[in-house]
Write a protein that binds this ligand. Structure first.
Ligand SMILES: C[S@@+](CC[C@H](N)C(=O)[O-])C[C@H]1O[C@@H](n2cnc3c(N)ncnc32)[C@H](O)[C@@H]1O
Length: 263
């Protein structure tokens, strides 16, 4: 698929910078989960976890440091190269990585896990959440759980530049199914920029319904007026979360979801 190939190249151009940034952050202990994820994850010690869209493995390391046995998966071979390099250099145990498109994972990976974890900038890169939900079911043991923390699709409809001026202007339609092409995008942790990339809008119902169809029971869907990156002119709360004070308690910026395979 041309969009996935473009995204692979775009993310690959950021891999080395992410490795350098996160290796340093892990070494000086400045990389951590935001407090929402931290609290909602709870005790994962001894759990087997597959971390989807793990990038260069920074959050995969956090999961391992909490005592889980973790497999990270990412589309981009360079990300997996640097993830392996980082865990070897930092001597982190109970962690391995697979380079794969999430959309193709169930064709070649048949291990079952206690938890599927995916967070912070993930669903917009996937063309089809029905296939995503099938993959999650394929990866979970009976009674295993899915945990997602990501941007709220409602927030993603607005023009980010206008949001910082306290203005709501819908630029990206909520009901659109086609991908949106972006010529470039600023990196969230370096000064680098990625090239042409494609993103998909997924409505709340697009996220929840396919999971229900696969037999996952939604235990919660939480909404937050905080975001995990600076969407433009946001106030940094210093704990991995950002907000616009004038939208507090008014707009959802992120959500979390926990679902359990009971069928
Ligand atoms: C914003 S990053 C996620 C970072 C995340 N917060 C983390 O470190 O756990 C999005 C990631 O999704 C990956 N990605 C995009 N499309 C994918 C696909 N179809 N299959 C697997 N990974 C994909 C990209 O390579 C990138 O590393």
């Amino acid at each position: 698929m041309k969009e996935i190939e473009a995204n692979k190249e775009a993310w690959g151009s950021l891999s080395k910078g992410h490795y350098e940034h996160y290796k340093k952050a892990i070494q000086n202990k400045s990389h951590s989960f935001n407090p929402i994820i931290d609290e909602e994850l709870g005790d994962i010690s001894g759990k087997s976890i597959i971390h989807l869209q793990c990038n260069t493995g920074a959050d995969t390391v956090l999961l391992a440091q909490k005592g889980a046995i973790v497999t990270g998966v990412d589309l981009v071979p360079e990300n997996i190269f640097y993830a392996n390099k980082m865990v070897q250099e930092l001597n982190i145990k109970n962690i391995d990585f697979i380079a794969s498109d999430i959309m193709k994972l169930k064709e070649h990976h048949h291990k079952k896990y206690d938890m599927v974890f995916t967070s912070e900038g993930v669903l917009c890169w996937l063309p089809d959440l029905a296939q995503w939900a099938e993959t999650i079911k394929h990866l979970l043991k009976q009674n295993g759980v899915l945990y997602v923390f990501d941007s709220h699709p409602f927030f993603m409809t607005f023009d980010a530049d206008k949001l910082s001026e306290n203005k709501l202007e819908i630029t990206y339609p909520y009901f659109i199914r086609e991908s949106e092409c972006f010529e470039e995008m600023n990196d969230y942790c370096t000064e680098n920029t990625m090239g042409v990339n494609y993103e998909w809008m997924h409505k709340v119902s697009d996220i929840i319904n396919p999971l229900a169809k696969e037999g996952l029971k939604i235990e919660y869907f939480n909404e937050y007026d905080r975001l995990f990156f600076n969407g433009g002119g946001m106030e940094n709360l210093g704990n991995g979360l950002y907000h616009y004070p004038f939208f507090d308690k008014k707009l959802p910026f992120s959500f979390s979801l926990k679902a359990r395979l009971i069928a």
